[in-house]
Design a protein around this ligand. Structure first.
Ligand code: GH3
Ligand code: MG
Ligand code: MG
Ligand code: MG
Length: 298
């Protein structure tokens, strides 16, 4: 089990010692600070799982320290429990207002303090897991499972956005549409599993060929799309050619199997609807198909 770190902040060394002992015995790792300023410093370094914060301290009191902690991105979600001899209703309310999750009066009862700490650490752990899951889901929602490229929905979202930027800043924007040649035959001859592997290998060629700022996606079945911001038609054509050639020269993992790809490249026009730009690239792709495949048209 991972060991959680609790930061104890108190200006009286004896308090730190007693609290430190109580928490260590429960298996927590303990960090300490003796005033608000130092607390900010230590918190930034250790990023604790919880902070037990005194209110009355020299240099910077607990309320101000908490207010500042809540403005720091890495620390905003660290739960803060005030642990103080100040226990008027106003103090308690002020504590919650600056962002605390709980308020304990001194002198405290060990088992009660530990129960409150455990509860907040547990909630915090759940929150972190949820945040992580959320991130994973967000990633999954924009990617294609088989190839790891961006998916159809995301490509169109990004294309619209890139168009807005290109119109506003008068920078070029180009798109490539690709479609594998006679891919049905690959499936029919070698089976769908080999077909899937081909799609993955082709995707890897595309991923390795594009720049960091290019956006590569799987448009559908065996169709791919690349958005090239700030790239002229000529340069985008060269990229598409490079990818076409590379794919034609890539061994697809089965003896004797190579595949080719056809493509169409179009540059965005000002105020052109996204569908029209896409259709132009698609028409050029079909021109390549009709002209014999394994070629790029622009
Ligand atoms: P063309 O050169 O004219 O594009 O011929 P094609 O055979 O590639 O075109 P067609 O549209 O007739 O066939 C596309 C094939 O792509 C049919 C479909 O089974 C296959 N396909 C689409 N998605 C996948 C996939 O995820 N995995 C596999 N293995 N095959 C797929
Ligand atoms: Mg104090
Ligand atoms: Mg197709
Ligand atoms: Mg095809």
């Amino acid at each position: 089990m991972s060991q959680e770190t609790i930061l104890i902040v108190d200006d009286i060394p004896q308090n730190l010692q007693i609290l430190g002992q109580v928490l260590s015995q429960e298996g927590y790792r303990v960090a300490v600070a003796t005033n608000g300023l130092q607390a900010l410093d230590v918190a930034a370094k250790v990023v604790p799982d919880l902070i037990l914060l005194d209110v009355m301290m020299p240099e910077m009191d607990g309320f101000e320290a908490c207010r500042r902690l809540k403005k720091i991105d890495e620390l905003v979600n660290v739960p803060v429990i005030f642990l103080t001899a100040r226990n008027s209703t106003e103090d308690v309310v002020a504590g919650f207002e600056v962002g605390a999750v709980d308020f304990i009066s001194k002198p405290f009862i060990n088992v009660e303090l530990l129960a409150r700490v455990r509860t907040q650490v547990r909630i915090n752990t759940l929150m972190k897991e949820l945040e992580q899951k959320n991130k994973e889901l967000e990633e999954k929602a924009v990617h294609d499972d088989l190839t790891g490229l961006f998916n159809h929905g995301y490509m169109f979202e990004r294309l619209s956005y890139c168009q807005q930027l290109s119109w506003r800043y008068h920078t070029p924007l180009s798109v490539i549409m690709f479609d594998l040649d006679h891919f049905k035959q690959v499936n029919d001859t070698y089976g769908h599993q080999v077909g899937d592997t081909v799609l993955q290998k082709v995707s890897n060629v595309i991923k390795n060929a594009v720049r960091q700022v290019d956006i590569a996606g799987r448009y559908g079945g065996e169709e791919f799309m690349i958005i090239c911001p700030e790239t002229s038609l000529e340069n985008t054509f060269m990229l598409a050619e490079r990818i076409r050639e590379e794919i034609a020269n890539t061994l697809m993992g089965v003896e004797g199997l190579t595949v080719t790809i056809s493509g169409g490249v179009a540059e965005s026009h000002e105020n052109e609807p996204v569908e029209r730009l896409f259709n132009r690239a698609d028409e050029l792709l079909y021109k390549s198909k009709h002209s014999g495949r394994n070629m790029i048209s622009c």
